[in-house]
Each structure stands twice: as structure tokens, then as C-alpha cells.
Write a protein that binds this ligand. Structure first.
Ligand code: MN
Length: 201
């Protein structure tokens, strides 16, 4: 079975003014769709991989045939990362839950966490993603380039921001830090907390 574009759980204008409608539509129906199409194309000759969970493909990326490894890394990663990113965006969710205690324990305060996360995202060179992950059962901020996903290095994603230019350029142009600041107004902390409780040992 071929892969399909996962629908958004909300209207593309529902994140305004933080992320504008046009950016959401192009990001979802053009960029995201193209990763789905390219993965399906790359796996045409590898039916045994077609339809496998994307997380499984990315966890075992080194065992994928070299002929298609880069295509799978870029496009399975692209789908996985975008599905995750889009699923964690929502306006008006309260900053509460057990993860906030853990964030304070680890980073000293929420403000410190936000500053470190934002610095990491604004200084990431080129195209990539900034993540809050659980690694060895501890919170950590890390960056990945291209469409790499932290599960390839044994970490569990809890939160992510897409800092490819296509994610913000129409509205923010070169002002990536403004986009990152806006992102903090549309994080679905309820879902992030659920992931934290699910995977924390
Ligand atoms: Mn993107």
C-alpha cells in the first residue's frame, strides 16, 4: 500500500496570525505532498518496504539499500517530521502538565528552556528541525539537518519546530527568530505532555 498525505486536523487558517493560511496550505499540500509522492516513487522497486511504518524506516535507515537510502531518509523523514510537527500545533493550549516540572528541573525555568530552544533553532545552519526529545530518559534539545529524525539516534521526539525557510518565509522572510517566537504561541502542550508521560520511565 502506498503512502498518503495525512490530513490536517484543523483549518489552515486556524493558526493565524502566528502561521498564516497561505504558508500552511503550500507547506501541507505542496511540500509535504511532494515527500509522499517521492517516497512512493523511491519504493516502487522495493515493495517489501512500501507501507512500513515511517518510524521503522527511519530507525533502520542504515539497513535500507544504498540505491534508495538518501531518497528514503529525505522523504520518509519528511513525511514523519511534518506529520509530527503539524499534529502539535494548536492555539490557546495552557502551559501545564508534568512536563513543565521536568522542564524546570532540567533547564532551571521555562524561560531558560524557551531561550535555549529558540537559540538552537535560530542558529541552525540551513534547513533542519529543532527538537525537544527524551534521550536516556532525560529531556534534551537537539537539531537535525535535512529531514533527519532523532529516532535514528535513539531519542524520542516530544516537540519539534520546522525551520526550513518554506515554513516561514512568506510571512517572516529572513526573520526566523520572529517565527520561532510565534511558534511558542501555538504549541499543543497537552499533546506534548501526553507524549512525555507515555515515554518517560
Ligand atoms: Mn517543512
Amino acid at each position: 500500500m502506498t503512502y498518503e498525505l495525512q490530513l490536517l486536523a484543523y483549518a489552515p487558517n486556524s493558526l493565524e496570525p502566528y502561521i498564516d493560511e497561505q504558508t500552511m496550505i503550500i507547506h501541507h499540500t505542496k511540500h509535504h505532498q511532494s515527500y509522499v509522492d517521492k517516497l512512493n516513487k523511491a519504493l516502487e522497486k522495493y515493495p517489501e518496504l512500501m507501507g512500513k511504518p515511517l518510524s521503522e524506516l527511519m530507525k533502520n535507515i542504515e539497513s535500507v539499500s544504498e540505491e534508495i537510502r538518501t531518497a528514503v531518509r529525505n522523504n520518509a523523514g519528511g513525511i514523519l517530521n511534518h506529520d509530527f510537527f503539524f499534529s502539535l500545533l494548536k492555539k490557546g493550549v495552557a502551559q501545564e502538565g508534568e512536563i513543565f516540572t521536568e522542564i524546570k528541573n532540567k533547564f532551571g525555568s521555562f524561560a531558560n528552556f524557551q531561550e535555549q530552544f529558540s537559540n538552537s533553532a535560530s542558529t541552525l545552519f540551513g534547513s533542519g528541525w529543532t527538537w525537544l526529545v527524551l534521550k536516556n530518559n532525560r529531556l534534551e534539545i537537539l537539531n537535525t539537518v535535512g529531514h533527519e529524525n532523532p529516532i535514528s539516534q535513539g531519542a524520542i521526539p516530544l516537540l519539534v519546530i520546522d525551520v526550513w525557510e518554506h515554513a516561514y518565509y512568506l510571512k517572516y522572510q529572513n526573520r526566523r527568530p520572529e517565527y520561532i517566537q510565534a511558534f511558542f504561541s501555538i504549541i499543543d502542550w497537552k499533546k506534548v505532555n501526553e507524549l512525555f508521560l507515555k515515554y518517560k520511565q
